[in-house]
Design a protein around this ligand. Structure first.
Ligand SMILES: *Cc1c(COP(=O)(O)O)cnc(C)c1O
Length: 393
């Protein structure tokens, strides 16, 4: 369907990409079909040869997945988008589609744990090496670049400490060396931050988080110039970690409420972070929307809000942190995030539990650290729940 030009993000999130069938359905149709039928032998041959546009098999393309891809591309301001089975499948497909043995990656030490595992334990077996550098030190990123560096990979704000990377500075470093910059935009989503506008070449998503927004399905995506996403698609259609049509349908309905959720959850996060910072049981709060955050100015320049993730250190160590977790009757004890239900994690014993205590300390993940992914409940109810453990009641 052709939409009028120059639509705003709110409108694109609801309307972009939809194509109605002959039944003129209002909501997007869910095409649960693995393959598509041809009119003739000649058409089958033309479709397989790529001489004629059209669906062939849902590992390559599916109309419901296509709507999700076009809608997310519109929101990110991207020319192309390829959907994947999960966020990790998106990162794998990006690397497999665009890099080869002998290439080198520079990435942040603060990346999502499975991303670090992929880059440092799996890809080296296939001849792709990665150097990890501190998230906020642009000079360290520049110093780590080698002649064979093809990709800089960042995630901002980082998990769980919400460190902010300077996307413009990293794009300049990448482009000065003929490399690409990819940004994992999971924490901000295009509502709060559009990495391509800041100079990044590629955006990666774990759609599992805020794009779904209600903790139902796994999914992922890679967005960028079509010349790049076409290479990612070549890997995907052959190797197979494609997004299921049902998941695409759930995700594209999630996109329709993305803006109101992100704005409401960020506002609640700021309120909770401000309250935590004043709480006598709290030693330190990590939230980019607070003036006390080391990269507050940068965060406010490149993001619309501080986001919906708040981390804080309780006074004391593991025992005091676990007391807060165990006193909660409302917040869910789970490592997932991006849900309308607020979640609470003790990173040192869960998401960061498998790394050595020394590496954990170097990453700033202390025993007293807790991470809250703020949902849509009343902030007063969240405060009362956390206060039980923090005040020892
Ligand atoms: C969850 C997550 C991923 C991985 O996504 P999956 O959908 O779980 O595969 C990647 N990056 C970030 C920042 C995440 O939070």
């Amino acid at each position: 369907m052709s939409l009028p030009p120059d639509l705003q993000l709110d409108t694109l999130a609801v309307r972009a990409g939809q194509e109605r069938s002959q039944f003129n359905e209002h909501a997007e149709a869910l095409y649960l079909t693995s393959s598509f039928v041809f009119e003739s032998a000649a058409q089958a041959a033309a479709r397989f040869a790529g001489e004629e546009e059209g669906n062939v098999y849902s590992r390559f393309s599916n109309p419901t997945v296509t709507v999700f891809q076009e809608r997310l591309a519109a929101l990110e301001g991207a020319e192309g988008c390829v959907a994947t089975a999960s966020g990790m499948a998106a990162i794998l497909a990006l690397v497999m589609g665009l890099l080869k043995a002998g290439d080198h990656i520079v990435a942040s030490q603060g990346l999502f744990g499975a991303t670090i595992q992929l880059l440092t334990n799996i890809l080296p077996r296939f001849g792709i090496q990665t150097t990890l550098v501190p998230q906020t030190d642009a000079a360290a990123w520049a110093a780590a670049v080698r002649p064979e560096t093809k990709l800089l990979f960042a995630e901002t704000p980082s998990n769980p400490l919400t460190e902010v990377a300077d996307i413009r500075a990293l794009a300049q470093i990448a482009h000065a060396h003929g490399a690409l910059l990819a940004v994992d935009n999971c924490f901000c989503t295009p509502v709060l931050q559009r990495p391509l506008d800041l100079g990044a070449d590629l955006v990666v998503h774990s759609a599992t988080k805020y794009l779904d927004g209600q903790g139902r399905v796994l999914g992922g995506a890679v967005c960028g110039r079509k010349a790049l996403t076409d290479e990612v698609l070549k890997f995907l259609r052959t190797a197979g970690p494609s997004l299921a049509p049902f998941n695409a349908w759930v995700l594209l309905k999630g996109l329709e409420t993305l803006k109101i959720r992100m704005m409401a959850q960020s506002a609640a996060a700021l309120e909770l972070a401000t309250w935590l910072e004043a709480h006598p049981g709290v030693a330190r709060v990590f939230y980019p929307g607070l003036p006390s955050h080391p990269q507050h100015a940068l965060a406010m320049a490149q993001q619309k809000t501080g986001g919906a993730i708040v981390s804080f250190e309780v006074k004391g160590g593991r025992a005091e942190a676990w007391k807060v977790v165990d006193a909660c009757k409302l917040l869910s004890i789970t490592a997932n995030l991006g849900d309308t239900k607020t979640t609470l994690t003790h990173p040192a014993s869960t998401t960061h539990g498998r790394i050595s205590p020394e590496a954990r300390a170097a990453a700033g993940v202390s025993e007293g650290l807790l991470r809250v992914a703020v949902g849509l409940e009343a902030v007063a109810d969240l405060q009362a729940d956390l206060d039980r453990g923090l005040s020892g009641r």
